[in-house]
Design a protein around this ligand. Structure first.
Ligand SMILES: C[S@@+](CC[C@H](N)C(=O)[O-])C[C@H]1O[C@@H](n2cnc3c(N)ncnc32)[C@H](O)[C@@H]1O
Length: 233
């Protein structure tokens, strides 16, 4: 496959990236300096790595889920703030890309881990964690098969995940997470028989605006009587 980029491809993406920068500037408040440092370190450590090309070249065995894109720090902070994740709760990003969401959770005070398909990205995320002095763990592996890091909140930037990927992930989420574990999915509604819907929030992401659904694994404590099954749609 050949990749050709024309100058006419740029204005829309540039405009959207500028809008995200403005959104971050306006919403990150007094902690902006930390976030800009994180961006600087990530830019430096990931220089020369082209995730779009890596995804296209890996399409043979994994045609579905490798689209790249990022959740801006301000969007992730907004989700964490409203997620109900207790202080000290562990955040896990399944498909962690450069590690931006993992670093953001760490900077917000949550221990955090990422699992990512591309070992090159994981290597660089580890170097970035060392540069930033953050206790962030990164593992390389396929989230459909590899063991998942232990966590209290699992984040899936799932907008581009295809049917096969979603099917396998839904089975693992239902079978492996203990009652009470939180899950955030983007543009993907989980089975309400297994997951109680807690909230829906629209969030800016690099590929547009996604609907973020927060879920809690059912089971354990009995539901309060009279409650309708929660579906955040
Ligand atoms: C849309 S990006 C999101 C990156 C990050 N979670 C964020 O929100 O900023 C999705 C990431 O999931 C990774 N991914 C896709 N399929 C995967 C799989 N089967 N196993 C592990 N990682 C996967 C991709 O390589 C990509 O880095």
């Amino acid at each position: 496959m050949r990749y050709r980029i024309r100058w006419t491809d740029f204005p829309g993406e540039l405009a959207w990236n500028a809008a995200i920068c403005l959104y971050e500037l306006l919403t990150l408040g007094p902690h902006r300096a930390k976030w800009w440092r994180m961006h600087r370190v990530l830019r430096r450590r990931f220089r020369g790595l082209d995730p779009e090309r890596m995804a296209l070249e890996a399409q043979g065995p994994r045609p579905e889920s490798l689209a790249c894109g990022e959740t801006p720090a301000a969007s992730l902070l907004h989700l964490l703030r409203h997620s109900g994740l207790a202080p000290g709760g562990r955040f896990v990003d399944l498909g962690s890309g450069r590690g931006l969401a993992v670093f953001t959770a760490c900077l917000a005070g949550f221990p955090a881990s990422g699992l990512e398909y591309f070992p090159e990205s994981v290597e660089r995320s580890r170097l970035a964690a060392a540069d930033l002095g953050l206790q962030a763990d990164f593992e390389a592996g396929d989230f459909l098969e590899a063991p998942w890091p232990a966590g209290d909140l699992y984040y899936l930037a799932s907008t581009a995940f295809g049917e096969r990927t979603r099917g396998r992930l839904a089975t693992r989420l239902a079978e492996e997470l203990s009652p009470g574990t939180l899950v955030i999915t983007l543009d993907w509604v989980l089975d309400p028989a297994d997951f109680e819907g807690l909230q829906t929030l629209p969030i800016p992401v690099t590929w547009g605006v996604a609907r973020a659904f927060t879920w809690r694994r059912r089971g354990g404590d009995p539901e309060p009587s009279g409650d309708a099954p929660g579906d955040p749609r």
